[in-house]
Every structure is written in C-alpha cells, then in structure tokens.
Design a protein around this ligand. Structure first.
Ligand SMILES: Cc1cc2nc3c(=O)[nH]c(=O)nc-3n(C[C@H](O)[C@H](O)[C@H](O)COP(=O)(O)O)c2cc1C
Length: 328
C-alpha cells in the first residue's frame, strides 16, 4: 500500500471526542474536511459513505483520499453483505482512526438493497456485519443509525444494544426514523433513552445548527457528544465553537456575513483546485444557500448564484450581496 494511504497517528481515543462531523455524501469530501480541521484540531472528521460493493472493484478510489492533518478521521462504509463490508473495512483500516457502519441512510437507491437504514429492518444481519467488521480491524468500529424503519417500527434501543454486543466502540443516533427522511425534528429525548441503556459512548445527531442547540441537545440527551451534518455546511467554525464552549463555558459568536463569504470563497477555490473550474463551481452550488442563509432575500440570491459558471462571476455576485447587506 502507498505510504500516503497510511494514517500515521493511530492514537485515537473516543473519550476525547465531543464533536463528530457527520458523514455527508456528496459534501464531506477532502476539501470540506480540511476546512473544518483548520478550525478544530480535535473533532472527529468523517468521510462520505463508501460503498462496499464499489470498493470490491476499485479498492483505492479518489473519494478515499485523505491528508495526515485530518486525524482523527472516520471512514464510513455502506452495504449489506458481511464479506464485502469486511473487505471494505480491511482496505480502509490503515488510513482510518475509526470504521463507521452506515445504518442510517434513508435514500431509496441505498435502502432498496437493504443498505443504510434498510439494515434496521434486519438487526441480526446488522449484528453479523458489525461483529465481522470489528474482528477484521484493530481500530475502533462505530455504527450510525436512526430510530427505526418507521414510526411504528422503532427499534433503536434493541438495535443499539446489539451493536454494543457486536463490539461497537461507540454509536451515533439520528433522532428520526427512515420514513421521516429529513422531515420533522430529531427526537433528542429518544437519544437520551438510548444513552441510559448503553455502556459505550452515544453521540446525538440531528438538527444541531448552533452552539446553543448543542448545549440544549447535550442537556436533554446526556450524550457523550454531538454529531453535526448540515450545521457545518455554511459555517466551518461550528465544531470548534461547540468544543470551545464545552471547554470554557464561553460562547464565541458565529462568523458574520463578511467572514462567511471569505470562508465560502476559500472553499470554492479549493474545490476548483480539486475538480477544475467547471465541476468545482457545479459542486459548490449545494452550499450557497447554507452560507448566505441569514441574509435578507437569501433564496433570491441563491437562485442567481446557482446559475453562475465561473469563479469570477460568483465572486462578483457575492461582493454585491455583501455590499447590499451592509447597506453600501
Ligand atoms: C446531503 C446529505 C448527505 C448525507 N450523507 C450521509 C452519509 O453518507 N452517511 C450517513 O451516515 N449519513 C448521511 N447523511 C445524514 C447525516 O449524516 C445526518 O445524520 C443528518 O443530516 C442529520 O444531521 P444534521 O441535522 O446535523 O444534518 C446525509 C445527509 C445529507 C443532508
């Protein structure tokens, strides 16, 4: 294996982690993770989910690239075949601080083959996979799951206990069912119920968008830490600001619009370096709404931004938005 595919620092202890950057397919690429790491030295970064089927044919895909500075870094795998999941975990273990098993993804193309949250319908199979992955790697293994397949079939307590029995070193619970997709709100009280039942650390996930949300979520759930997805999409400082509060009891204000636009421009530049201008600008269209969410007329501006095709056009438009927002 290429030396660059070995994560040098293997000294990882989940007890030191308070914030996990949640895996986001099509979002949490190497650029995204490195920007978060720039602000937080200690949060646990996560790759997007990596398909165990795809890894069978392409064992060293570009999507699994990483930088040493990303330590601690979790690699998430998705699939429903124990042998392929073990193969994926073995392929990735040298570069990972943690191997995370995806039992939460709700999208049709994933659950139709019983992957992601589809595994919550077959807890015995999820158990077999988790146990086999744990025995195949000498690093921590974790599982991310939801409350259950549907409101009528919530099995997160039983599921969490099974994952613990399978050897999971920690779990992350998103307080929604598969049938909710992303509607409604994450049920933090349910996450608190799981926390009471398990001996391993439990991380609370869903709808944490501010430091205040994290404080409230931790109060309600008594979880060991929080896992943040969309909250980081327009503000790379959120993980570090939560960690700062937990360490000092002091809240650092969220970046203002000027700072967020500066952050966005750096993000775009790095994506362009990775993907080229055409694809980099296309990729970034998913982020604009998050970065400018607090601006008056945000959705109108977003509609303009997503039509643009070059860095210069985006930069000029963002400068204009900033001037208008500051009343210049
Ligand atoms: C665009 C997008 C992609 C996602 N991709 C993944 C993924 O690859 N693996 C996973 O476990 N969850 C994935 N999720 C779910 C998130 O990790 C997280 O559980 C969910 O967004 C709720 O947390 P949040 O409210 O902090 O965003 C994805 C969510 C979104 C919105």
């Amino acid at each position: 294996m290429d030396k660059n595919n070995v994560l040098k620092n293997k000294n990882f202890d989940i007890k030191n982690i308070k914030v996990i950057q949640a895996p986001l397919a099509g979002i949490s690429d190497i650029v995204y993770r490195n920007h978060i790491r720039h602000h937080s030295k200690s949060c646990l970064l996560s790759t997007e989910m990596l398909s165990s089927e795809a890894l069978k044919n392409v064992p060293n895909p570009k999507i699994a690239d990483f930088k040493q500075v990303e330590y601690p870094l979790s690699f998430q795998i998705v699939g429903h075949k124990p042998d392929l999941m073990v193969n994926a975990a073995k392929l990735l273990k040298e570069r990972a601080s943690v191997i995370d098993i995806n039992c939460g993804c709700p999208v049709n193309k994933v659950v139709k083959s019983n992957d992601g949250s589809g595994l919550m319908k077959t807890p015995e199979l999820a158990y077999e996979i988790a146990k086999a992955v744990k025995s195949a790697v000498d690093i921590p293994m974790s599982v991310k799951f939801r409350l259950g397949w549907s409101q009528e079939n919530k099995n997160f307590i039983e599921f969490g206990k099974l994952m613990q029995k399978a050897g999971a070193d920690f779990v992350t619970l998103h307080g929604r069912c598969r049938s909710d997709l992303y509607s409604g709100i994450s049920d933090w009280r349910a996450i608190g119920e799981l926390k009471k039942e398990l001996d391993i650390p439990v991380f609370a996930n869903g709808d944490i968008k501010t430091v205040e949300d994290a404080i409230k979520c931790l109060e309600i759930t008594k979880a060991d830490g929080v896992s943040i997805g969309r909250g980081l999409m327009g503000d790379f400082t959120l993980a570090s600001r939560i960690e700062h509060y937990l360490l000092t009891g002091r809240i650092i204000e969220e970046p203002n619009l000027e700072e967020k636009i500066r952050m966005l421009l750096c993000h775009i530049e790095d994506e362009i370096e990775l993907r080229g201008e055409i694809n980099g600008i296309k990729f970034m269209r998913k982020f604009y709404g998050f970065y400018i969410s607090k601006v008056k007329n945000a959705s109108k501006y977003r509609q303009v931004l997503v039509q643009l095709e070059t860095f210069d056009e985006v930069k000029q438009t963002l400068d204009g938005i900033l001037c208008l927002s500051l009343g210049n």
